[in-house]
Ligand binder design. Structure first.
Ligand SMILES: C[S@@+](CC[C@H](N)C(=O)[O-])C[C@H]1O[C@@H](n2cnc3c(N)ncnc32)[C@H](O)[C@@H]1O
Length: 313
């Protein structure tokens, strides 16, 4: 983890109180902490840094304790690499989703956050438009892959063809891309390990329906956003699932309750500060949808209508 990120960090376990983390560095190289520990003097919690990866998810402090989620499995990694970088690989049938989302973000000085960054495409896009971009995700295999791309500019992958047959290829990031102004951390999007007001550009793409407390995730994005001169891109297909969380926590798709009805309308209400929504209020600049595609194998693709809301304040 780059040392410059330290000044933004707080203990995610102590939230809503914001307590600094004390760094204990064991191995450091060119401003990058490779091995070490971040500790909270207030609650005593320690967050390891191993092989350059900071583990700041208070739910799973050590990688050995992390129960593998479906995002840790090799076929899922291959699907997401295709989805994020298929255009760079000149693959057939890729979607233009990441450039469509990118077109919605303006250049803005300051730091950007991409919550649920997966293998990092949108974090790299944000890094071209701001001073520094941080991707956070709770999947170790995704963060490890994104960091490899950040450090070397390339990553060899195996795309599933059919059954056990895979095709080897290498994702190479364009040389013109700024990649040294990025960082990727393991963290929980519902308890972000950052000080209030840290970010001027924020993205939450296809994540809100995957977390147990969707409203908590939006509140956290709001907390870490600057109170003014900030832009927020939210997008989601609203594929609510009882496997992720009880319907009472969904922000749409129910027949009764505070967030009944249409998810995108409810998110716009929450961002705009209506119905006990967020403060300071966000102004909705635009909403619409982006067609996002995931490839399972050479003959199987999922086409997803991700509804976006672009807001500013
Ligand atoms: C559907 S994927 C979307 C990935 C990426 N934002 C995109 O649009 O391509 C959801 C991502 O959120 C991550 N995720 C799920 N729950 C999370 C949590 N509580 N905190 C952080 N990341 C989470 C998953 O590991 C996965 O990378």
């Amino acid at each position: 983890m780059k040392k410059k990120v330290l000044e933004m960090l707080i203990c995610p376990r102590c939230l809503p109180e914001e307590h600094d983390l004390d760094p204990h560095m064991e191995m450091e190289e060119k401003g990058d902490i490779l091995e070490g520990l971040l500790s909270c003097a207030h609650c005593g919690r320690e967050y390891p840094i191993q092989n350059g990866i900071a583990f700041l998810d208070p739910n799973s402090p050590h990688k050995t304790e992390t129960a593998p989620s479906k995002y840790e499995e090799a076929p899922v990694l291959s699907s997401y690499m295709w989805s994020h970088y298929g255009d760079l690989l000149r693959e057939e049938n890729v979607s233009t989703a990441y450039s469509d989302w990118n077109d919605l973000m303006g250049p803005l000085s300051g730091v950007a956050i991409d919550a649920g960054s997966a293998v990092g495409r949108f974090t790299f896009e944000l890094a071209q438009k701001c001073d520094f971009a941080i991707g956070i995700d709770n999947s170790l295999s995704f963060i490890r892959t994104a960091r490899e791309l950040m450090l070397t500019g390339e990553k060899e992958i195996r795309l599933k063809q059919e059954g056990h047959v895979t095709r080897k290829t290498t994702v190479t990031l364009p040389e013109s891309w700024k990649i040294s102004n990025t960082e990727f951390l393991i963290a929980d999007a519902q308890r972000l390990p950052f000080k209030s007001g840290s970010f001027s550009s924020l993205a939450s793409l296809n994540l809100v329906d995957k977390v147990p407390k969707p409203i908590k995730h939006l509140e956290e994005m709001n907390r870490v956003a600057k109170p003014e001169h900030a832009q927020f891109l939210f997008s989601d297909p609203f594929s609510w699932s009882e496997e992720v969380t009880d319907p009472e926590n969904w922000l749409g798709g129910t027949l009764e309750g505070d967030h009944s009805g249409n998810g995108v309308e409810n998110v716009m209400d929450i961002l705009s500060g209506r119905k006990n929504g967020l403060r300071p209020r966000w102004n909705i600049e635009k909403n619409g949808h982006v067609w996002w595609k995931i490839r399972t194998h050479r003959n199987h693709f999922e086409l997803i209508r991700s509804c976006f809301v672009k807001a500013n304040r």
